[in-house]
Design a protein. Structure first.
Length: 84
């Protein structure tokens, strides 16, 4: 049996990105605001991962742009937690 967490201010602040996505998909608009607040940091973190992987900031940015160009709008219409 799993415990369902109802989103409130505290739970949104402490939620993982996957939990925020679950809250958003269940209709919680304030979780979307929290996700938007975190995006700049998450984007910077992702850029640093690409730079680490490709050893070059210019090449990393080019790779990100190429990867983004290969994502169709249907791929992002309803983000779900990836299966690992």
């Amino acid at each position: 049996m799993s415990i369902k967490i109802e989103p409130d201010f505290y739970s949104r602040q402490n939620a993982s990105l996957d939990q925020l996505i679950e809250f958003i998909n269940s209709g919680d608009s304030e979780s979307k605001t929290e996700l938007q607040r975190r995006l700049q940091h998450e984007t910077q973190y992702l850029l640093s991962l690409y730079e680490l992987a490709y050893d070059n900031a210019v090449l990393a940015r080019s790779k990100i742009e190429a990867d983004l160009a290969n994502i169709s709008p249907a791929d992002t219409s309803k983000v779900t937690t990836p299966i690992t």
